[in-house]
Design a protein around this ligand. Structure first.
Ligand code: MLT
Length: 235
């Protein structure tokens, strides 16, 4: 089982993900939102690239669809939710269909089409993701959403933790140089919140006083569900 890693949504190449088990990571905050919403009973999530596309789908029936996401980390006008995972509580999302658009995370999910499986991962469900990847028993590509096409420390260290969780249970894994580096970085920095203090998106969230989101997203393994994207829908 080979484990490779792609550092941003802009760097995804179809031939790299085709036929592989992909896990998309945008721990601050898109994939943390998706994992939380599904864990709280959200029926399905449709990731879209533009705000217009989101409204077009949701306007089919505003009782069935709710809208969530961000631009520049802020709530979008006319949307029900921002991109704070703390808003996706059971009483808000249970039985609902969420249409979501974010700057990097939803692009990374959509960009991974062609993979055999597209799992949604974050620190909050990392160990469950690792277990599912072992079960799938296929070559793995960890897709980091990154930040506007740039490498991001948060997604990278989260990937390192997932690799550690896989390595705990499986010895015959082959790491590319970049996944080896992610694993090494996590091994040296197990306090994820502390490590990501220098990250660009961490700083943006601090400016916006989103400390509760940062604390929530930096918890390891509080959720067991592993959402999967298939035929346009995450469930
Ligand atoms: C993204 O998709 O870029 C993020 O989730 C951004 C955010 O949460 O602010």
């Amino acid at each position: 089982m080979k484990i490779d890693l792609i550092i941003s949504a802009d760097d995804i190449k179809r031939e790299k993900v085709e036929g592989k088990s992909v896990v998309v990571i945008d721990m601050l905050r898109a994939t943390s939102v998706i994992v939380t919403a599904i864990n709280n009973g959200c029926q399905g999530i449709i990731p879209v690239l533009t705000v217009e596309e989101a409204f077009t789908i949701a306007n089919r029936d505003r009782k069935v669809y709710v809208l969530g996401g961000e631009r520049e980390a802020l709530k979008i006008d006319g949307f029900n939710f921002s991109n704070s995972p703390l808003e996706y509580k059971r009483n808000s999302v249970e039985g609902k269909n969420l249409v979501i658009t974010t700057s990097n995370g939803t692009r990374a999910i959509r960009g991974s089409v062609g993979a055999k499986n597209i799992l949604i991962g974050a620190l909050i469900n990392a160990r469950a993701v690792a277990d599912r990847l072992i079960e799938l028993n296929n070559d793995i590509v960890i897709v980091n959403a990154g930040t506007y096409g740039q490498f991001s420390m948060d997604d990278f260290i989260c990937s390192g933790y997932i690799i550690h969780c896989i390595a705990d249970k499986k010895s015959d894994i082959e790491l590319t140089d970049i996944s080896k580096t992610a694993s090494y970085i996590y091994g040296e920095n197990k306090d994820v919140l502390r490590f990501i203090k220098g990250a660009t998106h961490y700083k943006r969230m601090k400016e916006l006083k989103l400390d509760h989101d940062l604390n929530y997203c930096c918890q390891k393994d509080i959720i067991e569900v592993v959402p999967e994207y298939r035929d346009g829908l995450i469930s």
